[in-house]
Ligand binder design. Structure first.
Ligand code: CO
Length: 217
């Protein structure tokens, strides 16, 4: 009875999300997604993604890089923001205007209209990549949100509680969707359960990039 599986394959488009966790579906139209993808090329050329290391010494299945005045970094010394790319010794490339434009457009009509990121962590999810439940807590002011622009493959995103063991809600995010996590939800555990390979609407983009904008300092 395949019809019974449909609700599992296609979660409701407007899930009941906790206060402070906002999804703006389709914030980047097809043309804007292409613009983001083209702008991303320069960032990736200047700061190639590297495997994301975790404190214990292992690494996640996602790869990471950054743009902006500060970049999030992780190695045996721990998690922090760095003004230079430790892999190259160079400053991080600037945040492209196309990136800032969509952040400005989305946050202008949000609880955080003055949001001005100084860091953009870019995570890349190839086939099979995922990200376990974690909190974003290396920023100076938890009154500032984390703003995520999704590009490429569709993914199942998890939003949990304030303890890792809390059972997360899972909902689908697509290329062009923007997520805002702030206020009462700023410290919620979150992650990526699954990436649906081959669903990217952006030609030449295989996989999923999440562009996560932060105010680190
Ligand atoms: Co995070």
């Amino acid at each position: 009875m395949p019809a019974l599986q449909l609700p599992l394959l296609d979660p409701p488009p407007a899930p009941d999300l906790p206060d402070g966790f906002i999804i703006r579906p389709g914030s980047a139209e097809a043309g804007a997604q292409l613009g983001l993808w083209q702008a991303l090329q320069a960032v990736l050329a200047a700061a190639p993604p590297v495997p994301t290391r975790v404190k214990g010494g292992g690494q996640t299945s996602a790869a990471m890089t950054n743009c902006g005045p500060l970049g999030w970094w992780s190695d045996a010394k721990g998690y922090r923001y760095e003004p230079r790319n430790p892999a190259t010794g160079q400053p991080w490339p600037p945040i492209p205007k196309d990136f800032l434009d969509i952040v400005q457009k989305v946050t202008a009509k949000s609880p955080w209209p003055g949001f001005s990121p100084d860091a953009c962590l870019i995570n890349f999810y190839g086939p099979g990549a995922k990200m376990g439940l974690h909190q974003d807590k290396d920023e100076a002011d938890f009154g500032q949100p984390i703003v995520t622009v999704c590009l490429g493959d569709t993914a199942d995103f998890m939003v949990g509680g304030f303890k890792r063991a809390d059972k997360p809600q899972v909902f689908r995010v697509r290329s062009g969707d923007v997520l805002l996590m702030g206020g009462a939800s700023r410290m919620r555990f979150h992650g990526v359960r699954k990436v649906h390979s081959g669903t990217s609407p952006v030609s030449d983009l295989a996989g999923r990039y999440s562009l996560t904008f932060r105010k680190a300092l």
